[in-house]
Write a protein that binds this ligand. Sequence first.
Ligand SMILES: C[S@@+](CC[C@H](N)C(=O)[O-])C[C@H]1O[C@@H](n2cnc3c(N)ncnc32)[C@H](O)[C@@H]1O
Length: 353
Amino acid sequence: MRFIGNKENLVERIWQVIQSKKIQGDSFFDFFAGTVSVGKYFKRLGFQVFSSDLLYFSYVLQRAYLVNNQEPTFKSLLDKIDIKTNFLLASPLLLVIEYLNQIEPVQGFIYKNYTPSGTFELDRPRMYYSDENGKKIDAIRQQVEAWKGESLINENEYFVLLACLIETVPFYANITGVYAAFQKKWDIRATKKLVLRPIESIKNKKENYSFNENSVNLIDKITADIFYLDPPYNQRQYAPNYHLLETIAKYDDPEIKGVAGLREYSKQKSNFCNAKTSLEELSLIAEKANCHTLILSYNTEGIMPQEKIVTTLEKYGKIELVEFDYLRFKSNNNGDAEAKKHVQEQLYILTKF
Ligand SMILES: C[S@@+](CC[C@H](N)C(=O)[O-])C[C@H]1O[C@@H](n2cnc3c(N)ncnc32)[C@H](O)[C@@H]1O
């Protein structure tokens, strides 16, 4: 998924660094999980994984990829629904996806607030999704909730289906990268008919745990060999930039406002989006973390200066810095333009006393 700071293309290098430094362990805390790229990678390696994020849509992904440890069978559901498909040998998930791809569109919260026909009365009708795709997102989201309410799907199956929707909708969003603004003209991607995509189930034989909390509040509750910290790098809060994914995941009819139809996010603000509070928070985490190794991902453009990070961390152990050049997606503040940019990615490795 396109997400600011997604480590999908970096996680293998992070693992190489862990191996080259001979950092031992079999449990891993993905402290700022986001898209769960890092947690997924370490789960595949066989680590027991803990994860958390302030964003609920991230929690949906965490539950589907990390906590869920089996291929969903949809045992109770499959007898009850009539699936029109030619793929009789398809997996249960593919059958359910096929069913959801054929359901009648409905005019729900997404259609009414984020499509041009649903918002025609506004001075600037919102063009996040085409009318048809907005209705389709509503229909799928409502159906999944109804199945859960009727106990036709279990918790894991519920989160797997929500994760399929969360992974699918960005491909049809009429945005340049983040949801803080929609484009004034239709991007070709957004005009295509939405087709729900399946996600992959990852299995390891461990109990993995995920949370939708401020991770700092979990610091006394979680013990793991490695804590991996990938906090926001600048003042931009994540919640307003991904508000629509949050609303599709929660589907809680929030009050929204402004041209972009933003939901309230005061409880989802991160202290890492402020230079002073981020250093205080980092210090607290490094002091209290129940781990032998803490790895902080950061980069040379971040609001915490390198020398301050080093002086903060070295109070709690031996510190090493690994740097590599990385081509990163960058979107400007009003979302109108984007560019690829070279930045120096950094890993601060703290071996605790
Ligand atoms: C740089 S992104 C992480 C990217 C992630 N590693 C990935 O590969 O997708 C930072 C994440 O930290 C989350 N976040 C910020 N402050 C947090 C906090 N105090 N507790 C939990 N999550 C937080 C944000 O919501 C965001 O998803």
